[in-house]
Design a protein around this ligand. Sequence first.
Ligand code: SAH
Length: 390
Amino acid sequence: MSQSKNTNNTRICPVSRKCGGCQLMNMTYPEQLKFKQAKVGKLLSGFHRVLPIIGMDKPFHYRNKVQAAFGRTRGGEIISGVYQSSTHNIVKTDSCLIEDKIADEIILTIRRLVKSFKLTVYDERAGRGFLRHVLVKRGFTTNEIMVVLVTGTSAFPSKNDFVKALLKEHPDITTIVQNVNNKFTSMVLGEREAVLYGKGYIEDILCGCRFRISPKSFYQINPVQTEVLYGKAVEFAGLTGKERVIDAYCGIGTIGIVASKGAGEVIGCELNADAVRDARVNAKINGIENISFYCADAGEFMLSMKEQNEKCDVLFMDPPRAGSDKKFLSSAVCLAPERIVYISCNPETQQRDLYYLTRNGYKVKKIQPVDMFPYTNHVETVVLLCKTAE
Ligand code: SAH
C-alpha cells in the first residue's frame, strides 16, 4: 500500500480529512520520508550535513498509546474517536491505520459495554456524565496492556461487573485504572486515580532494559523507532565508561538508563513527579546503581548544577516541542560538557536552540533524523554537538 500513490486519501482512511492527525496521508511512505528529509534539511543543514532519515519497514499501527474521547452524536448515539483537529468535535473512529490494533479493539468493546451497562458519557458543555476518555497503553515487548478509564465522576456504577465484562472479552489486559477528571480542561487525565485491576502500571522492554510505565508518565509512542533513536543518541554520546552524564527532560529515565552501562555516573532531571518515581523504580529493576533522578525544572536544575560548580561530560537533552529555555541553555554552556546530544521532536525549536549553542562554544557534528511518526508531519532528530577548542 505504501508504494502506491494515495491520491484519494479517503480510500486508505475514511476519516483522514476530518481527523487531521495524519497530515501526510496523501503521500506514499517514500514520499513522506523525502518530505521530512527536506523539512529537516531546510531548518538544520546550515549547521551540518543532514544524514538520511531512518524510516520504518512497516509504517502502520506503530502507536502503542491510544486515546479515544467518548461522547454522543446529536441523535444520541454513543461514539468514541478522535477530536477533529483544533476542535472538540469527536470524529467517530472504529480503527486507525497508525494505532495499535488491539488497543482499538479494546476501545470498541468499551463503547459497546458502556451501552449495555447503560453508563453515561461525558458532556463537555454541561460538565456532566461518566465516561470521558479511554487511554490504552501496550508494552510492545511484554504485551502488558493498561486500560485507563477517564471518568467525570468518581462514582462508578456497576464497577466490578464492568471490569469483569471487559476482562472476559480481553483477557490480555493486565491492568485497569480509573482516572477522575471533572475539570473544564482539554487535558485528558485528571489528578485522582484508582486501580481497579492489576498493578496500576505496565512494563516494557527497550534496548534490553525494563521500564515501568504509569498512566501519566511520558513514554515514546513508537517502540520500534525508539530503539533506533536511543541507539543513535547513545552512539553519538561516545561513552567510554568514565563520563558524568546528565539526562535532562528524562521522562521515566529511559535514555539515562540505556546509557548508564557505558557511563561513570548519570543524573536524570524531569519535571513530572510520576515520571521521576517511575524512573527511580526503573533504575532499581534494571539493577543500575550509578544513576540518580531529580524532580525539577530542567532550567533550574542546570542553573543549580552550574552554581555548585558541578562537572558534566556529556549532556543528553530531550525537551518537549517548545524546546529549551535560555536558563537551561546558558547554564549548559557554563557547565561546558564535551558533548551535547540534543534529541528533538520539533526541528523548528531545535534550530533556535542550536543557534544559541553554536554561538556559544559548540559545533554541530552530526544530524540524524528518525521517523518516529509515519503519516504525520512530525519528525524527530538527534543532533551531536561538540565543544569547540578555545
Ligand atoms: N527523554 C524522555 C522524555 C522526553 S519527553 C523519553 O525519551 O522518554 C519530554 C519530557 O520533558 C517529558 O517527560 C516532560 O514531562 C518533561 N518536561 C517538560 N518540561 C520540563 C521542564 N521544564 N523541566 C524538566 N522536564 C520537563
